[in-house]
Each structure stands twice: as structure tokens, then as C-alpha cells.
Write a protein that binds this ligand. Structure first.
Ligand SMILES: *Cc1c(COP(=O)(O)O)cnc(C)c1O
Length: 404
């Protein structure tokens, strides 16, 4: 008989790149989780914007079980029905004409960047390779994506860093005008920065990027790994912002907890990924594709998307009420159910101190950098769970304020 794993096993057996909380959740249902001791938690973290339908949603469980009895994997030597159905669903519901399937956000972004480089290479030659990105941007942890990301600490010590990458200031179009030219192959941007602090991109900024890309024959890449699949109240954020990219990446909530990613693009750009140029063993895996298709079909409905907007208002009202009593936040912002509360000057960089207190009160939340409390709950979180979660959050905040 094997022993029940414990938190100490993490330090014993796993590389030390994470520092997980002491509790180990073992079961989840909807927006509630239970740990090894049977303690219950309300989940405002959603697996970092992954569990778009909460834990063990019957629609996803059913899709996974049905596919598990049918076919698990084939490789890319064959195509398969779930992958084709998912690709078709993504094309029919977005600007895209073509899809590349993979298993994570970093992998989708890696594909997007390689596609942009290859497309520009085929169009304009070797010199058209420059990539414009933004400070505080987050695009994944592969070496190309940390280099394009805007947090230098993630690339430090792994050098030499790939060349031809420059960073502007988010929401500052002038900073991009100084960087973009005819040697630029792509501008990569999150329509709302997630890890960087839950910062919504201004419509005029994003439209300005579109115009600059058009003027310089560069591709606009929207990283919607965190904002996609209903998170902001539309299937993808670009659809409500009215700015259409040439390439869009999706992952996180796409599989609702099953690893899957996708890169979407147009018929103008897709041919640059000609036969043999790129690939991924698990890309288009039938299990992943079946779950993602079920997630998309369930989320991309007026009922779920309207519900996201209604819940956004609820989150905002609760957070403002907490703030009226405790004065810890400077600003509450975000779109849909990706919500950030930036700490006030007096509580600067203390958002991270709320998390362990919240765990003790039975609430899971997130931060986006040390100064922003972040929430990315299930898109269908029951209103009663929002109210109870906010009561627990308020207890955690009042303990922070009381210095307990
Ligand atoms: C999480 C995230 C990624 C990386 O996704 P992984 O699945 O961890 O590789 C990329 N971009 C954004 C905007 C993200 O939030």
C-alpha cells in the first residue's frame, strides 16, 4: 500500500520552482473545493483562469468520459474527428480561417511567434524579423515567450536571449511608434494584461496597434490565453473591442482544466506554416479536443456570456463595499470575470499577504504581481458562492488591516 502523499513530498520530490500553499485540495465541485482534511474552500482562483466552468462540470466530464472509451491518441500521422470538430468550431465562431492545435498557452504563443517570423521571412526576407511586445507582458515560459514577455527576470540567467525583440509601454501608442518599422514582423499584445496586473488595454491603443501593423505590413498577435473563452464576457475579448488580430492564441479555459491550446490565424498568413515547418506530438489530441469542443459550445452562448457580465457587476459591488469599510484598494478593474483590485498606497505590495489569510478563511484567490489581488472564478459561479466568498475575503482583509 502506498502512503497518502503530503505537502512535504513536494519539497522532497519536486524541483523547487514553485512554493505551493500548505493545503492539498483533493476534490472539487463547481466553485467549491475540499482539501485532504475535508476543509471546504470557495474558489475565486479558478486554476488561474483555467476552470471556466468550475470543477468537474457535468458537460466536460461527459465529453471526457465518452472520448476516453473511444480513442485517446493517434499522432499527427492521422487526423481525428474531435480535432476537426474543434478546429471548425473555432473557425466558425471567430475571425480565423485556420487553426493549429497544441497543449498549452506557451506552446500556442511559440507557434504564433514562429509563424509570424516565417511569414515575414517569406514575404520580406531575413531582415523583417523584429517583434514588438510590452513591458509587464506575459506570454509563457518557453525561452522565446519569456524573451518576448515583458518581465526580464523570467529570462535572466538563461541567456543568450533571442534577438530582434523590443518592448514598448502598454497603453502608450507613442512608445510603439518609436519602435515599429518596416523590419517589424509582428506586434504581440494581451488585450488585457493578466499576470502584469489585470490591466485592460484601451480600445484606442489596440486600434492604434492594428493601424501601425497595417502601415508596416506587420502581423498583430493577440495573446488571449487568459482573456479568451468567455472570460471577458465575449468568446474572445477582441470581439467586444472591435479590433481584429491576424493571429490569436488561446489556452487556459479552452480545455476547462484539460491541457489544450490553439493558435488561430487567417488564410493570408497560415500558408507560411507549410508542410514540416512546425508540429507538436499532442497537438489535436482527441481527449483534449473533445473536452475543448464541449467547453466552447457550452460557454459561447448568450446565457453564459450574459452571466459573466452580471457576475462582473456583483464582484465589483462586493469589492467596493469591502473597500468602503477597510480602505485597502486604490482601484478595482478588469473585464468580465478577470478582476483585479490594486492595493492602496498604504497597503502597497501587500496583496500577496491576503492570500494565506484568505486560505485560512476558506477562500482561494490570486495575485497579479505583489500589488494586485486577482480573481478569475468559474464563469458560472453561483451567486450564493460569490456572496459567501466575499464574506470570507472581507474577514481576511480585516485581519490584514488588524495585523493578525
Ligand atoms: C498563462 C498565460 C500564458 C502561458 O500559458 P501556459 O499554458 O502556462 O504555457 C501565456 N499568455 C498569457 C496571457 C497567459 O495568461
Amino acid at each position: 500500500m502506498s502512503q497518502t502523499p503530503s505537502r512535504a513530498d513536494f519539497d522532497r520530490y519536486m524541483v523547487p520552482n514553485y512554493a505551493p500553499q500548505q493545503v492539498i485540495p483533493v476534490r472539487g465541485e463547481g466553485s467549491r473545493l475540499w482539501d485532504q482534511q475535508g476543509r471546504e474552500y470557495i474558489d475565486f482562483a479558478g486554476g488561474i483562469a483555467v476552470n471556466g466552468l468550475g470543477h468537474c462540470h457535468p458537460v466536460l466530464v461527459e465529453a471526457l468520459k465518452a472520448q476516453a472509451d473511444r480513442l485517446w491518441h493517434l499522432s499527427n500521422v492521422y487526423t481525428n474527428e474531435p480535432a476537426l470538430a474543434l478546429a471548425r468550431a473555432l473557425v466558425e465562431r471567430t475571425f480565423a480561417d485556420k487553426v493549429f492545435l497544441c497543449s498549452s498557452g506557451g506552446e500556442a504563443n511559440e507557434a504564433a511567434l514562429k509563424l509570424a517570423r516565417r511569414w515575414a521571412h517569406d514575404q520580406g526576407g531575413e531582415h523583417k524579423h523584429r517583434i514588438v511586445s510590452f513591458g509587464q507582458a506575459f506570454h509563457g515560459r518557453t525561452f522565446f515567450t519569456v524573451s518576448v514577455g515583458g518581465q526580464p527576470k523570467y529570462a535572466q540567467g538563461f541567456g543568450p536571449v533571442p534577438g530582434g525583440i523590443v518592448h514598448g509601454e502598454y497603453n502608450n501608442l507613442d512608445s510603439v511608434r518609436d519602435l515599429i518599422d518596416d523590419d517589424t514582423c509582428a506586434v504581440m499584445v494581451e488585450p488585457m494584461q493578466g499576470e502584469g496586473g489585470v490591466l485592460p488595454g484601451r480600445q484606442a491603443f489596440l486600434q492604434g496597434l492594428r493601424d501601425l501593423c497595417d502601415a508596416h505590413d506587420a502581423l498583430l498577435i493577440f495573446d488571449e490565453v487568459q482573456t479568451g473563452v468567455g472570460r471577458t464576457g465575449s468568446l474572445y475579448a477582441y470581439q467586444q473591442l472591435g479590433v481584429t488580430p491576424d493571429i490569436l492564441t488561446s489556452a487556459k479555459a479552452l480545455g476547462g482544466g484539460f491541457p489544450v491550446g490553439a493558435m488561430l490565424t487567417t488564410d493570408r498568413v497560415a500558408p507560411a506554416f507549410s508542410l514540416g515547418t512546425h508540429g507538436s506530438t499532442y497537438g489535436g489530441n482527441p481527449l483534449a479536443s473533445a473536452v475543448a469542443l464541449a467547453a466552447i459550445e457550452h460557454i459561447d452562448t448568450p446565457e453564459v456570456l450574459e452571466g459573466v457580465k452580471r457576475r462582473h457587476e456583483l464582484f465589483r459591488e462586493h469589492l467596493e463595499a469591502i473597500n468602503a469599510r477597510h480602505e485597502v484598494f486604490r482601484e478595482i478593474r478588469g473585464m468580465g470575470l478577470l478582476i483585479g483590485a490594486e492595493m492602496s498606497e498604504a497597503w502597497r505590495d501587500r496583496a500577496k499577504d491576503i492570500l494565506p489569510l484568505a486560505i485560512e478563511e476558506g477562500l482561494m484567490a490570486l495575485i497579479a504581481g505583489p500589488n494586485v489581488l486577482r480573481m478569475a472564478p468559474s464563469l458560472v459561479i453561483p451567486e450564493a458562492d460569490i456572496a459567501e466568498g466575499m464574506a470570507r475575503l472581507e474577514r481576511a482583509v480585516s485581519r490584514l488591516v488588524a495585523g493578525q
